[in-house]
Design a binder for this molecule. Structure first.
Ligand code: BMA
Length: 891
């Protein structure tokens, strides 16, 4: 940090703790958060039979849980048993003391970063506002309502369920309700609230209410900087940084006068500064924007790169506004910004390489970062907690995002049924190099377009684009999740009124949202829906004939009926933004929701209750049965069902992902984001990480199938094996060697090894060889292992091909396994595994030890190998060794 930045930070620090510093007066913030201890909040229901301590930020379910009125909401059937909470009317009342000094400021604004959702607000018994959108920041001028001494601030929340229902009677739209199997609530599409809080196919309904984000009163005389946006444009030898600040003053002041300064720390411990004098009139509501440009030599900037492609260099940007009003007040804003270019390339695919057929038909759909086409590996993010007020838990966010980083992901899609995540979330994405595909929060529904709804949506979009726009991690905006395809596919019976629903659709995503996004953030692409045909959908009037067209845009693909381990079932796509299969969470995780052994059967009421996907278990069963041998009468049936469901999910996503990476050649397919990264409760779902943080086999497998350099085989329909080499690096692989080892199921010594020369260009995939299966008559006795030797490539995972379904593999033997543990560092252990035969999906567990394996779910083809274990507990090697157990597939 430069000396100047250091000084700035000191000023900012002083701003927090006092209001005077050498003639500089900071505006004063009075936090209304419970943690501040200055405001006592209570929560009461309508008839006041319940009165407990309230929290801000907080919410009714977490407060009732804390005070013991309800139990752990994620236990057993508590989602439905606590549903009464969502039907009551709740009041949060805060008592706060305001000093005479505070009231000397000419402006006092109540700033509510997030209110969930429909609240009537009173201050000292007088109405001051109404809220109806949890994604909007509300600012209310309250000076005239405040008094010296004790003040009472009261939020009365409507039941979100009743509110949504009442609106549906006025503004009918579809679907009215989620399927019964979700145990959910109806009309989520009528209320601007996290859509999944009324239930989803992977989650319970908790239609929460509360002040879910920080709240405060700001006192000032001049103006405050509410937000800032930045545009970074690269020229030959320099970057142009355009900073726009969004200012706000009180309603009565009408103008802002003062100095605006922008500081940027760059390489070489330098700080660049630009400033200007402002004298500007505000709108009626006291808001106005000011822009200031800075030219920066490219020499002092290092570009920001996504994970796996370079460093994530971030620079401190500080903006100060020093107004002329009394005492020269200071307001400031800090952001960390990155410099990179991003482009979504949608151009005639046939023109690639100047060859008519090379890139296929249609339009390409790929991201160019800093001028390079990059295949987006990643997943889909759902809210990290079903209660929005708990969604900003930093440990959970860190764990999930580092898990994405550690499995070579470069992009996550923040899905449209959740929330705009917290500032912390996006900051961590910036730091970890995780690009974000950001949906706007509309999912699987037709939405009403009455003027109240459109007005609040316009504010929501404007505020959130402004809030998130400066993050280098934001890659693209998308209008909604699956609403184009739902309308075209008549998912909700819209066919007879297609034209009406289409015109409503256009009103919302095209006429309302598009100009706002493009106005604030001209540097990024806004696609109307995910999936869509991108530019082609727009040319086709926004509802394409086939939004899943393999030659355009992105696709979502789910097929539970075919053999999901077989790559040949997957259709081509330019960008797979969703695809997935369900599995069950581990018994360890399930036990945190129920400890009744009776629940642990697929057909128990409990299991049925937690499975929201219609016929979900039978699809999992069918997938297992196609490939593995699981006897219905096995005494360990449920345990094996859980384990095999994770094997099957991991193998299916591996097959599908490798298919997409194999199709990267000539930038045909350029993205694979599987559904879904995380979970909100202990239930069957598409996630790779269980609620609570435990990795499923899928997430471990992602480490390999997303590896930067990957050899991957494909067993074609003709019985040949095509061998592909994918290279996500900036340098070519030349003169490499791919070795194909043929194994019998019963021996660790290959019975045949053949090598093939290999090479591939940077950032590309190339088919290297096509080989007939060795000894085709005995296909059930063998399997193939693929490995790569290439100069400059330090690691590339083994890959495998199983010629027949594993249930028909002949010769698989019960293994002898011995495991020893050595301490490497205080929290790091080396686990050595010795075996005597081939083992399929060897799965290690460290019972009741909080830690993670470096890898898991091994296909073992070597007599000994090591794996690291990182623990959070202080533990000896002996203790860890004792706690380790394992399982594997055997028939
Ligand atoms: C897609 C997603 C989610 C859903 C998932 C699994 O439709 O957008 O809505 O959870 O599939 O069904």
């Amino acid at each position: 940090m430069t000396l100047f930045m250091y000084k700035c930070y000191n000023i900012l620090l002083l701003c927090f703790i006092s209001v005077n510093f050498n003639n500089i007066v900071c505006f004063s913030r009075f936090s209304l958060d419970s943690s501040n201890g200055k405001v006592i909040w209570t929560l009461e229901n309508k008839n006041k039979s319940i009165s407990v301590t309230g929290s801000v930020p907080g919410g009714v379910y977490s407060d009732l849980q804390k005070s013991g009125i309800i139990g752990d909401i994620l236990q057993g059937f508590n989602d439905v048993l606590t549903r009464w909470v969502a039907y009551d009317t709740w009041t949060y009342t805060g008592k706060l003391n305001v000093s005479a000094e505070s009231l000397e400021y000419s402006v006092a604004q109540l700033v509510l970063e997030g209110v969930d959702t429909v609240a009537y607000i009173e201050l000292n018994g007088r109405p001051i506002g109404l809220t109806d959108n949890m994604f909007v920041r509300y600012v209310v001028n309250v000076k005239e309502y405040l008094k010296i001494g004790e003040n009472e601030l009261k939020f009365t929340f409507d039941s979100p369920v009743n509110f949504a229902k009442a609106r549906s009677e006025k503004y009918f739209t579809v679907p009215e309700c989620v399927p019964d199997i979700y145990n959910g609530e109806c009309h989520a599409n009528q209320i601007r609230k996290m859509q999944a809080s009324f239930s989803w196919d992977w989650g319970p309904a908790f239609p929460s209410v509360g002040i879910w984000k920080p709240a405060r009163i700001e006192f000032f005389n001049g103006a405050v900087i509410r937000s800032l946006t930045t545009q970074t444009e690269k020229n030959d030898t320099s970057w142009l940084l355009k900073t726009k600040v969004y200012l706000q003053t009180g309603e009565t002041l009408k103008s802002i006068k003062g100095n605006l300064s922008v500081y940027l720390s760059v390489e070489g411990h330098q700080t660049l500064k630009v400033g200007k004098y402002l004298d500007i009139s505000t709108r009626d509501d006291g808001t106005v924007e000011a822009e200031i440009d800075m030219n920066i030599s490219a020499n002092v900037i290092t570009e920001w790169w996504p994970n796996g492609y370079g460093d994530q260099r971030l620079y401190n940007l500080l903006v100060f506004l020093r107004t002329n009003e009394k005492n020269k007040e200071i307001s400031y804003k800090h952001a960390k910004i990155g410099f990179r270019t991003i482009e979504l390339v949608e151009e005639d695919a046939a023109l690639i390489l100047g060859n008519e057929t090379s890139g296929g038909n249609g339009l390409t759909f790929y991201f160019k970062i800093n001028g390079y086409p990059i295949f987006m590996k990643g997943s889909n993010w759902i809210p990290s907690n079903i209660l929005p007020e708990l969604g900003d838990n930093r440990n959970t966010i860190d764990d999930l995002l580092t898990a994405a980083r550690d499995t070579h992901m470069a992009m996550l899609r923040v899905w449209g049924g959740g929330i705009y995540e917290s500032d912390y979330f996006y900051r961590r994405c910036d730091e970890l190099g995780i690009l974000i595909w950001q949906d706007f929060l509309f999912a699987c529904s037709m939405y009403p377009v009455d003027s109240d709804f459109l007005t609040t949506i316009a504010t929501e979009i404007e505020q959130n684009v402004i809030r998130l726009q400066h993050h280098p991690s934001i890659a693209i905006w998308a209008g909604n999740n699956e609403n184009e395809v739902a309308l075209r596919g008549n998912w909700y019976g819209t066919k007879s009124k297609f034209e009406k629903y289409k015109s409503d659709y256009i009103k919302l995503y095209v006429d309302t949202i598009k100009p706002i996004v493009e106005g604030i953030d001209p540097g990024r692409r806004y696609v109307i829906s995910s999936p869509s045909n991108g530019r082609k959908s727009e040319e086709d009037g926004y509802i394409a004939q086939n939004p899943y067209d393999p030659n355009y845009g992105d696709t979502h693909y789910y097929n539970y009926l075919a053999d999901s381990w077989d790559s040949n079932i997957y259709p081509q796509t330019r960008f797979a933004s969703e695809y997935g299969f369900q599995s069950l969470p581990s018994l360890d995780t399930m036990r945190t929701a129920s400890n009744s052994t009776e629940d642990y059967h697929v057909d128990s009421n409990y299991s049925k209750h937690r499975q929201h996907s219609p016929a979900g278990y039978s699809f999992i069963e069918a997938q297992i049965d196609r490939r593995l041998n699981l006897d219905k009468n096995d005494t360990q049936y449920f345990e094996k069902f859980v384990f095999y469901s994770q094997i099957s999910q991991a193998m299916s996503i591996k097959a599908e992902t490798e298919f997409y990476r194999q199709s990267q050649s000539n930038w045909y397919t350029m993205g694979a984001l599987y559904w879904q990264l995380n979970d909100v409760w202990q239930a069957p779902s598409w996630s790779g990480i269980e609620f609570g943080g435990k990795w499923k086999m899928l997430h471990y497998f992602a480490k390999s199938f997303f590896a930067p350099v990957l050899v991957s085989p494909r067993l074609t329909n003709t019985g040949d094996v095509d061998i592909y080499l994918t290279n996500d690096r900036f340098v070519s692989i030349i003169g490499a060697k791919i070795t194909v080892d043929t194994f019998n199921w019963s021996s660790l010594a290959p019975i045949q090894s053949i090598s093939y020369p290999a090479d591939v260009e940077p950032l590309n995939t190339k088919k290297q060889a096509s080989i007939p299966l060795w000894n085709a008559d005995n296909k059930n006795e063998i399997f193939l292992r693929f490995s790569l030797k290439a100069e400059g490539v330090s690691s590339s995972p083994y890959n495998y091909l199983f010629p027949v379904p594993l249930k028909s593999a002949k010769g698989l033997k019960e293994p002898n396994i011995s495991i020893t543990v050595q301490k490497k560092e205080e929290y790091k252990f080396l686990i050595s595994i010795n075996v005597n035969t081939v083992i399929l999906f060897l799965w290690l567990e460290a019972e009741s030890v909080d830690g993670t394996f470096e890898n898991n779910g091994f296909i073992v083809t070597k007599p000994n190998f090591n794996v690291d274990f990182i623990t959070r507990d202080v533990i000896s090697a002996k203790e860890l060794e004792k706690s380790i157990s394992y399982k594997y597939y055997m028939h």
